[in-house]
Design a protein around this ligand. Structure first.
Ligand code: NAP
Length: 254
C-alpha cells in the first residue's frame, strides 16, 4: 500500500519491513535518529513500550495510550496513533456515524482506538469484553476524557440491537469454533458488522452477518484508512487512496 502510494505521487520514499533484533527497541530508535529514517510503523508488541522512548506524543496517541506510527521531525521523534482514524473512516464507508449506536467487542489496544474514535464521532458506544474489568478500565479512561460508555461481558449482549457491531477482539476461528462472537439475533439486515481482523479477511463473524443480510466491512478497510493517515504523516502529502486500495485488493486477492 505505502509503496503503491509513493509511486502514484512520484515520491522517492521506500517502505520496508524491519524486525527489532533481540527486542532492542532503544537501539531501533537510535538507528532511526542516526540514519534519518523519516517514519516507522509500530506493530505489536511494541505499541506501548515505545512511548517512553519518544520525544513527543500526538494528543490522539496520548488519549489512546498506544503508538502505531513514529514521525522523525528533524531528530524529534513524535508518536501518533492512526488506528482511531482508520476505524472511524472504515465504519463511515457503511454508516453515517453521528447519533448511531455501536457495540464494540474487545478491550485491547485496537478497541481502545475504536472506542475513542466512535465517541469523538458522537456515537453511542457499548463495550463488551471477555474480561469485564478491562472493559470497565477502558470506560473509566473514556470518562476521564468526558465520554460516557456502557459496558458488559461478551456473553451479555442478547438484548442489544445496535446500528453497528465492530469486532476488535483477536479471537480467531480456532478459539471460538462454530460459535458466533455475538448472539445471532443481533445479526440482521439493519445492522452494519465490521470486523477489524484482517487475517483472514473473511472471518466467521462476517460470514454469519452476510448470511443474515447485514452489511459488512472487512478489516482491510481499516487497514487502508489507517495506512492512508500514516502516509500523510510521513510525506506531508494527501494519500492517493485509490492506488493504495488497488495494492491492498491485490494483496488480499479481491
Ligand atoms: P490485544 O490488545 O491483544 O486485545 C485482544 C482482545 O481480544 C482483548 O479484548 C481480548 O479479551 C480479546 N480476545 C482474545 N481472544 C479472545 C477469545 N477467544 N474470545 C473473546 N475475546 C478474546 O489486541 P489488539 O492489538 O487490540 O488487536 C486486536 C485485533 O485487531 C488483532 O487481530 C489485530 O490484528 C487487529 N487489528 C486490526 C487493525 C486494522 O487496521 N484492521 C488495526 C489494529 C489491530 P480479554 O481482555 O478478555 O483478554
Amino acid at each position: 500500500m505505502h509503496r503503491a502510494g509513493y509511486e502514484a505521487i512520484g515520491a522517492s520514499f521506500v517502505y520496508v519491513p524491519f524486525a527489532v533484533t533481540g527486542a532492542d527497541l532503544p537501539g531501533a530508535l537510535a538507528g532511526m535518529r542516526a540514519l534519518g529514517i523519516r517514519g516507522l510503523g509500530v506493530s505489536m508488541p511494541f505499541k506501548l513500550s515505545v512511548i517512553p522512548l519518544l520525544d513527543h506524543l500526538d494528543p490522539v496517541a496520548r488519549r489512546i495510550g498506544a503508538v502505531n506510527t513514529i514521525v522523525n521531525d528533524d531528530g524529534q521523534l513524535v508518536g501518533h496513533n492512526t488506528d482511531a482514524w482508520g476505524a472511524a473512516h472504515a465504519l463511515s464507508e457503511a454508516l453515517e456515524l453521528e447519533g448511531k449506536s455501536v457495540v464494540v467487542l474487545g478491550a485491547g489496544g485496537a478497541a481502545r482506538a475504536a472506542v475513542f474514535a466512535f465517541c469523538e464521532a458522537k456515537m453511542r458506544v457499548h463495550l463488551a469484553n471477555r474480561t469485564l474489568e478491562k472493559a470497565r478500565e477502558l470506560a473509566r479512561a473514556a470518562a476521564r476524557e468526558g465520554f460516557s460508555i456502557t459496558v458488559s461481558n461478551l456473553g451479555d449482549l442478547a438484548s442489544h440491537r445496535p446500528d453497528a457491531i465492530v469486532n476488535c477482539t483477536s479471537a480467531t476461528m480456532d478459539e471460538y469454533g462454530a460459535e458466533s462472537l455475538v448472539p445471532e439475533p443481533m445479526l440482521s439486515p439493519g445492522v452494519v458488522v465490521m470486523d477489524i481482523v484482517y487475517k483472514p479477511i473473511h472471518t466467521r463473524l462476517l460470514g454469519l452477518a452476510e448470511r443474515a443480510g447485514a452489511r459488512t466491512v472487512h478489516g482491510g478497510r481499516m487497514l487502508l484508512h489507517q495506512a492512508g493517515r500514516q502516509f500523510e504523516l510521513y510525506t506531508g502529502r494527501a494519500a492517493p487512496l485509490d492506488a493504495m486500495d488497488a495494492a491492498l485488493q491485490r494483496a488480499i486477492g479481491q
